[in-house]
Design a protein around this ligand. Structure first.
Ligand code: SF4
Length: 496
């Protein structure tokens, strides 16, 4: 598809003149990420792109010389929230200017893609609007803002950003932890009637197997142990493999599983239509592919699924779940639901509720339908009243919580492998994740961070607690208040 496989494609040239300087000759960039893991990944890559020009990341917006808002367009009123944030940044920028300090403000991501010039018109503080396919151009775009230009770059470019992005430094990789996301695919061709992704992220594009393998090898060399391959519709992956022939996601998973140091593999977010035989077989064949799959269904009613243009039925979904369970009996499923889609009747909603128990979901995200400008569902008749949607979401979330509690309860007294990720809140405590992404605090030496160790689950309530297998039980004082959500969806009201 492209020449990402060429050696040196990560090399970055810095066109300048972007002023460097400030304290210790280093400028600071704050990238604020909204939404999904794909935006978190993009934010990291933007920071990596800016590092060669002497930009160090800062967690404090007030300290930054460059502020980038990496936006998400999925949630309701996403643009208005960004404009309100830009109002606060305008005041910060004005105060800094009084002391002779220049702050550059950029808006990136899906709101930038959707709103373009409108952001420059409405928000005086903004110097740069950069679309989600263009952030590899940040150096040249910032050079133009340094010359006083206000720049908008939201065209889908001819070149591929992944060919031109800077590789993350080893220290940056280590600081981001032992579990990493790697974008392997972007965009979507499915056009579900409620979703903006095909318009904001464009058509499906996949990176080559070789480029992804090279990136994961670099991560593994820096200490990463778990990789989640991500894409808006990740199992539509069709990147160039051997001799340039398109490879499937299953092929990619097999290849990444061979990389020394990578103990765990995951992928998200998937569309049921793109779960093929090879992917099902990969769940049987690859021990490092974790037995947990986020598989959005959106509705349990065939009538609503058709109106959503999901291109699968309830029976199709259940058949896929059954086939995956046959391949990997310990696999667990989580999902996404949209409640109150136009025309959704009580009967349709009850079909959705029933699906939660029928699958035995380990978790799910549920959202009330809210219209997105420019999507077919926004102008459909029979919009469901807000109060009805709110009540249905409440009922569905209660059903999901019961299903999740039942799923968690089965682990009491059982032992499973945990990948330890970080220190816990208490001295002597570290926190890891189970194969099902449940966070588990354990009293154990810090040296185990980055390792996979067997943990016995000793208590389950709103939180899960454990001990190293054959170790002293965890003291009650080491409890953390609640279980974190099982995962963050790639796109909250749009889901693969
Ligand atoms: S919901 Fe998922 S599959 Fe449907 S259009 Fe959006 S990104 Fe594509």
């Amino acid at each position: 598809m492209n020449d990402r496989d060429k050696p040196g494609h990560d090399a970055v040239s810095w066109p300048g003149p972007i002023p460097t300087g400030g304290m210790n000759g280093t400028r600071k960039v704050h990238v604020k990420s909204y939404g999904c893991q794909m935006n978190v990944y993009d934010s990291h890559r933007m920071a990596d792109m800016l590092a060669p020009a002497g930009y160090a990341e800062t967690a404090r917006l007030e300290d930054a010389d460059l502020i980038i808002l990496n936006t998400c367009h999925i949630r309701e009123k996403a643009s208005e929230k960004i404009y309100s944030e830009l109002g606060r940044i305008r005041d910060l920028k004005r105060d800094a200017a009084r002391t002779g300090r220049r702050i550059t403000v950029a808006v990136a991501g899906c709101v930038a893609q959707a709103e373009g010039k409108e952001i420059i018109r409405r928000a005086q503080a903004v110097d740069l609007v950069v679309g989600s396919q263009n952030y590899h151009r940040l150096p040249e775009l910032l050079a133009r803002t340094a010359r006083g230009e206000r720049v908008v770059d939201t065209e889908f470019p001819v070149e591929d950003k992944f060919d031109l992005l800077a590789a993350p430094a080893r220290d940056a990789i280590r600081a981001r932890g032992v579990s990493a996301f790697v974008t392997v695919q972007e965009g979507c061709d499915k056009f579900c009637t409620f979703c903006v992704v095909p318009y904001t992220r464009g058509t499906e594009v996949s990176r080559s197997v070789a480029a992804i393998v090279a990136e994961v090898e670099r991560l593994a060399a820096a200490g990463v142990r778990e990789v989640t391959l991500i894409g808006q519709n990740v199992n539509a992956y069709h990147g160039a493999g051997a001799q340039g022939r398109p490879a499937t996601l299953a092929h990619l998973l097999h290849r990444v599983a061979e990389i020394p140091g990578i103990a765990r593999l995951r992928y998200t977010t998937s569309h049921p239509r793109d779960v093929d035989d090879t992917l099902i077989a990969a769940h049987r064949e690859l021990p490092s592919l974790m037995p947990h799959l986020h598989l959005p269904v959106q509705s349990g009613s065939d009538r609503i699924l058709a109106a959503m243009n999901r291109r699968h039925t309830r029976a199709d979904y259940l058949a896929i779940v059954a086939r995956l369970r046959a391949a990997r009996p310990d696999i667990a499923f989580s999902s996404d639901f949209i409640v109150g889609f136009p025309g959704e009747s009580e009967e349709d909603f009850r079909a959705t509720l029933a699906l939660v128990d029928e699958v035995g979901l380990a978790g799910a995200y549920s959202f009330a339908f809210s219209p997105r400008l420019g999507t077919p569902a926004a102008v459909m008749p029979d919009q469901v009243p807000k109060a009805v949607k709110t009540e249905r979401v409440r009922i569905l979330q209660a059903a999901v919580a019961r299903s999740q509690a039942a799923f968690n309860a089965q682990f009491l007294g059982r032992t499973f492998d945990v990948l330890f990720e970080k220190p816990g809140r208490l001295p002597g405590q570290i926190v890891g994740r189970s194969p099902y992404l449940q966070p588990i605090p354990v009293m154990a030496p810090r040296a185990l961070i980055g390792e996979v160790a067997a943990v016995t689950v000793t208590e389950i309530g709103t939180s899960m607690f454990g001990t190293l297998a054959q170790a002293t039980p965890v003291a009650a004082a080491s409890r953390v208040p609640e279980l974190a959500p099982i995962l963050t969806p790639i796109h909250a009201q749009a889901g693969g």
